[in-house]
Design a protein around this ligand. Structure first.
Ligand code: APR
Length: 257
């Protein structure tokens, strides 16, 4: 896949570059944006996630079959996320700059359960697959910030009963969150950027098509390689997110993109 190069940049009559015309940008992020922060992606090592079959650790069936394994797995992921080595990278930071400098709306929809967008300072982040540093009561559906470990004996604040807390993660076979809101945002979008996602998981894999139903939305995929849905995008930018996203953001802000 050839990387895209922008040859002609629009200028106003005085020859100065035009500011961005985008009013509603929607950015979908996946595991690839956090790869340079030290968090493994899901499908880069023979379909295993940190040496586990994803169905064992990320499905309701896996949770019923072996809850201790699932609790332990997410406790480890939490520790890793909060370790000193893991921090936002240049791609996360560039998106903060875009959100703060673009006069229009910039919404980040992430499949990632890490908090690197928020840690770098992004606002309006929609976590469609849940959040690692939260847990949920199976009975009341209340959500709690939980930085430490949870297990079968953990007691939730709402019903004070052990065994009711589960990771606040959308597992395979469960319905992603905020879908109505995301669909409306995609219909309004005039730029849809997909960064670091393999396009193998529905419904996020369909977002590019939903965005194209709206008003002349430009669609751009950023990835280190060709994906299952690359053919759907108007443009592809090939390269690591930490290198490509800052350049894309700079060009959007200058009206060059
Ligand atoms: N920069 C950009 N893209 C990258 C980088 C990088 N530095 N490193 C890897 N990638 C790309 C890979 O080429 C791949 O296309 O990131 C993508 C990661 O794909 P997956 O591991 O499949 O992750 P993702 O698409 O986010 O998975 C979606 O699947 O298991 C579920 O719920 C889980 O949210 C997850 C969902």
């Amino acid at each position: 896949m050839a990387g895209q190069r922008i040859l002609f940049w629009p200028c106003n009559k005085q020859g100065a570059p035009m500011a961005s015309h985008y009013k509603n940008i929607v950015i979908l992020t996946g595991a690839g944006i956090s790869a340079e922060s030290g968090i493994s992606t899901f499908r880069d090592s023979n379909g295993l996630w940190e040496n586990h079959d994803v169905m064992e650790v990320a499905s309701p069936q896996g949770f019923s079959a072996n809850p201790s394994l699932v609790y332990r797995f997410y406790n480890e992921r939490k520790k890793q996320l909060q370790s000193i080595e893991v921090k936002p990278n240049l791609a996360h930071e560039a998106l903060v700059e875009l959100q703060s400098k673009l006069p229009g709306n910039v919404t980040i929809v992430t499949q990632n359960v890490d908090d690197l967008h928020e840690r770098s300072g992004s606002r309006d982040v929609i976590h469609m697959h849940g959040e690692l540093l939260k847990s949920r009561c199976l009975k009341t559906e209340q959500i709690f910030k939980t930085l430490g470990d949870i297990d079968e004996l953990s007691i939730c604040e709402c019903c004070q009963t052990p065994g009711n807390l589960r990771p606040h993660i959308v597992w395979f076979g469960e319905i992603p969150m905020f879908m109505n809101q995301i669909e409306s945002l995609l219909h309004e979008a005039d730029l849809f950027l997909s960064i670091g996602t393999s396009g193998q998981v529905y419904p996020a894999s369909m977002f590019v098509q939903i965005a194209k139903l709206g008003n002349e939305c430009k669609t751009v995929e950023v990835n280190v390689e060709e994906t299952a849905v690359s053919w759907n995008f108007d443009e592809k930018v090939q390269g690591p997110a930490g290198e490509t996203v800052p350049v894309i953001v700079e060009n959007i802000l200058k009206g060059h993109f």
